[in-house]
Design a protein around this ligand. Structure first.
Ligand code: SAM
Length: 239
């Protein structure tokens, strides 16, 4: 089977695999469960200064990455049924459902922006999907690409040691995860909630669900609203 394949187009190929070379993702990379190739955008520059950007049309601060150079870099990569994602603060939020969808696909091509971003015509001409890591501005798309790859690779078959732990994670059922505890039983005067030490599985499950609900209501009213809407449409099965 062909492994899940990632291509990253960047001005800083030395940033990869970076953190993806260690732990779960690194082990899976070594085992050939996924592949990672970088393309240095600068090698597609058409000038002796190796620049890839120019001043913004209409004026203003900063520089914009050129459509023609980025198109040449992108066209050098076989698509193989993969979407091309451009990480940008203007994109749709990166969510667990998007990550899940990506893990089912043949892989992904990521175009990392720098400066003020990329020429809009490239986004339209090559049908890029714009995805945001959150409501803040990074200095480049590389950290967003690393985050997207990390979240996706851990969902690939055989990467997680205990795949059943995925089902309980934050966002998997539309709620944030409940608090976790482990030994020692007492830490700086703080104890583990009694119910977790009771061995009573039904009570533990109910306690965890209540904690998840409380946390989600308090911290993420947007998720809580979506959860309730989904419950109204699709009530949970009781058997
Ligand atoms: N001028 C852009 C704006 O206001 O939307 C910000 C450009 S930022 C300095 C340079 C690059 O970092 C972007 O092209 C994008 O690839 C990446 N980037 C910055 N913030 C990001 C975020 N929240 N999510 C994903 N990518 C981001």
């Amino acid at each position: 089977m062909t492994p899940w394949a990632a291509h990253v187009l960047t001005l800083y190929p030395e940033m990869f695999p970076g953190p993806l070379g260690v732990s779960l993702a690194g082990k899976a990379l070594g085992e050939g469960r996924w592949s990672l190739e970088t393309v240095n955008i600068r090698t597609f520059s058409d000038n002796r200064y190796q620049s890839v950007d120019d001043t913004p049309a209409g004026g203003g601060a900063g520089m914009v990455m050129r459509a023609d150079i980025l198109a040449a870099a992108l066209d050098s990569v076989p698509r193989q049924g993969r979407r091309v994602i451009y990480p940008t603060p203007r994109g749709v939020p990166l969510t667990q459902s998007l990550v899940r969808a990506l893990a089912e696909e043949p892989g992904v091509i990521l175009l990392c922006g720098r400066f003020e971003g990329v020429d809009q015509r490239l986004i339209e001409a090559r049908g890029l999907d714009e995805v945001s890591l959150g409501d803040f501005v990074l200095s480049g798309g590389e950290i967003a690409a690393l985050a997207l790859l990390d979240a996706t690779v851990r969902l690939l078959p055989g990467v997680l040691g205990a795949p059943e732990s995925l089902a309980e994670e934050s966002f998997e059922n539309g709620l944030l995860e409940y608090p976790q505890y482990t030994r020692p039983i007492e830490f700086e005067g703080l104890t583990i909630p009694d119910v977790l030490m009771s061995g009573h599985h039904a009570r533990i499950k109910a306690w965890r669900h209540a904690q998840s609900v409380q946390l989600t209501q308090h911290r993420r009213p947007d998720l809580w609203d979506a959860y309730q809407t989904r419950l109204a449409v699709r009530p949970p099965q009781t058997h």
